[in-house]
Design a protein around this ligand. Structure first.
Ligand code: C2E
Ligand code: MG
Length: 730
């Protein structure tokens, strides 16, 4: 208002027009004085530019902020007063030069002053000036310091969007981001992966070291997540020890699995909190849109389900969502219920696997391994029910039973062979564990040196004093202590410094990779053997199956071997019979070398050839291929597409064909699913499968169906072995 009445700014000291009437002169003088007061107060400042955008007037107070005199700024581009490359210097995508270029009015554009000292932000307004012919003459406008208001506004919006402890996005903002990303990607069918991360054993840290330590730990976890994810995605903390990562444009489960492994490995490295050493782990569930959920609610629910499955699978793992998980969740509930009665119902038994002296092939020990004979599902492996037992504390009763039973069994065995029993961390950390061991020995009258206790690496997560005291008491009893599955987890070597182990068992995962020249596992195994010798400990290699593995591990000077190359786990009676003569020597017998990690599976899959989908049985599956049964007389060299379900299509070539069985080689290798299974890297979205005429999930397939691919009129080329269902095409 004042600007208009003044009719234009003059440079200080410039010629003033002669007033026509004295009152007007007074008024103008008064206005000018007010204007000066206003400028001097620092509340605001004025500016004017010519048609080229160069400054013709600027208040002294604005010039002072820039460390210059108003005079020095005259003639310079008005935009040169600001730093305009900052993100915040844009208003709905429009920059100050753009606004000025339009010759239109603008108001409250925030821009940062180009000064060297403290950061100053101005809100700038401008009105275009025109002559009588409508020609643009330049701008007049004003500015005001809004630094404080802006910083308050930023703080409050940060608070609303960010987690104040870690500085990561909070639940609300992650949910908004996911919703926005998914709706923006929907029409173009772009993919977006969601990872749910949950810390393992975080509660223990909070409970034992207190909440401030828990907070410090969460901050360090956030930093580590930043280090791994970097710019690949958005990281958020949902609350407690739950984190979430959104990775846009990624459906490659190979990459996602690798990323998840890196996150787990980094989070599992020790932390230093208030001079205490803390070790936690992480479990991750992954779901990928649009395959595992089209909207954010469904995707989050399914990533959560995958997370629970990862936790159930023994923690420290990742898991992809799949329809099977939904079924598995239901089965797990049934097993959880049934496990309560399994012991009293006599459904639990122990199998014993020989541990052999690597030089003499003589059996020196037997590892007791639990089996559950389920009335409906048959024999279940411990990998399926031990994690359930650990969650419900049932592990304590099961573990005690195994200890007693193994001791009673071992006294029956002639000679001095040892029996080793696996001890869960929950069992170890419980009051009275040493007394239970002593009682099992006393009741069975087994000599203590014949009992070996195998501890998982997670035992080091228990309180250090308890750890030292319990190990010392066990040593006093005279039992042997061994560290199980060494090399599989992330426990550092420092754990071996004080723990009085008699033996280290090298994990099967290290052994499996040892013969691969590109892997470092052979060097790792060599170092473990050397280190153990230096520390006066024995070593056992677990899971030796092939002769090349045996040769390599023996060259390293391993003391004992346990693996299918000598014997699988067998019954207590079989062991008693074999030891009848007092000595049991087994000659190694296995394949020359380890086959590609081939897993026996038995499930129905589809084989697509030309315009037909055949229903066949898959017998085994490895990264590079599969064996299927169900089609007759398929020539070697035939190209198929194997349908593994849920949009997992793999191009494959028949390399071997005998009767109704074919060996297929995949064009692109499968990747780990985090649960010991294999999945395709990419999937085909449901709408494309539907367009092809592929059957819906859960269908009861006919042995052959025609697809809407080329709409060909020909008949299926192959007959199925299921005689009578479809005839051989001419
Ligand atoms: P673990 O202690 O590492 O036991 C060795 C596992 O490797 C056994 O699996 C054994 O059958 C398997 N194995 C041995 N040699 C070979 C081989 O050459 N090739 C292959 N592919 N596998 C081999 P199992 O019996 O399924 O036991 C799995 C895990 O369950 C055990 O791993 C142990 O951690 C746990 N477990 C078993 N029994 C008990 C128990 O009584 N208490 C507790 N707490 N855990 C148990
Ligand atoms: Mg073991």
């Amino acid at each position: 208002m004042m600007i208009k009445r003044l009719g234009g700014f003059r440079r200080s000291g410039g010629n003033q027009p002669t007033p026509a009437f004295a009152p007007a002169v007074d008024e103008e003088r008064e206005a000018l004085a007010l204007l000066r007061d206003y400028e001097n107060s620092g509340l605001g400042w004025f500016w004017a530019s010519d048609a080229q955008g160069n400054i013709t007037y600027v208040s002294g107070c604005a010039a002072t902020v820039l460390g210059q005199s108003a005079q020095a700024l005259i003639g310079q581009p008005f935009t040169s007063l600001f730093i305009l490359d900052d993100d915040a210097s844009a208003d709905n995508g429009r920059t100050l030069p753009m606004l000025i270029g339009t010759h239109k009015t603008f108001s409250a554009f925030t821009a940062r002053a180009r000064n060297e000292g403290v950061e100053v932000w101005w809100a700038i307004s401008g009105r275009p000036q025109h002559d009588d012919q409508g020609n643009f003459l330049g701008y007049r406008g004003n500015g005001a310091d809004v630094t404080e208001a802006l910083s308050e506004q930023r703080d409050s919006s940060r608070l609303a969007l960010f987690d104040s402890l870690t500085g990561l996005a909070n639940r609300h903002s992650m949910s908004q981001r996911l919703t926005n990303t998914l709706s923006a990607y929907k029409t173009s069918q772009r993919s977006c992966a969601l990872m749910m991360i949950d810390l393992d054993r975080f509660k223990q840290v909070n409970d034992t070291l207190g909440h401030p330590a828990g907070d410090a730990l969460l901050k360090q976890v956030a930093e580590r997540l930043h280090a791994v994810i970097d710019k690949q995605g958005e990281i958020g903390r949902l609350g407690g020890d739950e984190f979430q990562v959104i990775i846009p444009d990624c459906d490659d489960r190979g990459k996602l699995g690798d990323l998840a492994k890196r996150i787990i490995a980094l989070i599992s490295q020790p932390y230093s909190i208030d001079s205490s050493r803390v070790v936690i782990g992480a479990s991750i569930g992954i779901a990928v849109a649009p395959f595992d959920g089209a909207d954010s609610e469904e995707l989050v629910r399914n990533a959560d389900m995958a997370l629970y499955a990862a936790k159930d699978g023994g923690r420290g793992q990742f898991r992809f969502f799949s329809i099977e998980l939904q079924n598995a969740a239901e089965k797990r509930k049934i097993l959880e219920e049934d496990l309560r009665d399994a012991l009293v119902e006599g459904q639990i038994r122990l199998a014993y696997q020989p541990v052999v002296n690597a030089h003499s092939n003589q059996v020196v020990g037997l590892e007791a391994l639990m089996r559950w004979e389920h009335p409906d599902f048959g024999e279940l492996p411990p990998s399926l029910f031990i994690p359930l037992a650990e969650e419900s504390e049932l592990i304590v009763a099961l573990g005690e039973w195994a200890l007693r039973h193994a001791c009673h069994q071992a006294v029956e065995w002639p000679g001095g062979v040892c029996v080793s029993v696996n001890i869960a961390t929950a069992q170890f950390a419980r009051n009275g564990f040493v007394a239970t061991v002593a009682q099992a020995l006393a009741e069975s009258e087994l000599e203590p040196y014949r009992l070996e206790l195998e501890f998982p690496e997670s035992v080091f997560a228990t309180d250090e004093t308890l750890l030292d005291e319990t190990f010392a008491q066990l040593k006093q009893l005279g039992v042997k202590l061994s560290l199980d599955n060494f090399g599989a987890g992330n426990s550092p070597l420092a754990n071996l410094r004080s723990a009085p182990f008699d033996k280290i068992k090298i994990d099967r995962s290290v052994i499996q990779e040892m013969t691969n020249p590109r892997s470092r596992c052979a060097a790792m195994a060599a170092s473990i053997v050397t280190l153990a010798k230096k520390l006066g400990m024995e070593t056992t290699a677990e899971g030796i199956e092939a002769r090349d593995e045996l040769e390599l591990i023996c060259e390293l000077g391993i003391d004992q071997i346990q693996g299918f190359i000598y014997a699988p786990p067998c019954s207590g009676e079989e062991v008693t019979d074999a030891l009848a003569t007092g000595q049991w020597v087994i000659q190694p017998d296995g394949p020359a070398r380890q086959r590609a990690d081939r897993r026996t599976v038995l499930r129905r899959v589809g084989v697509i050839h030309e315009d037909f989908r055949y229903d066949v049985m898959m017998r085994n599956l490895s990264r590079g291929g599969a064996a299927v049964e169900g089609l007759i007389e398929v020539p070697v060299g035939t190209d198929f597409v194997l349908d593994l379900g849920e949009g997992q299509l793999v191009v494959a070539t028949v390399r071997r064909s005998e009767g109704a069985e074919q060996g297929l080689e995949f064009e692109i290798s499968l990747v780990d699913d985090g649960a010991g299974g294999l999945v395709t890297r990419h999937r085909v979205p449901r709408h494309l499968l539907d367009a092809m005429g592929m059957p819906q999930p859960g269908h009861t397939a006919a042995s052959v169906i025609a697809l809407n691919t080329t709409g060909g009129m020909h008949l299926p080329k192959f007959a199925t072995s299921d005689a009578g269902k479809v005839g051989r095409a001419a």
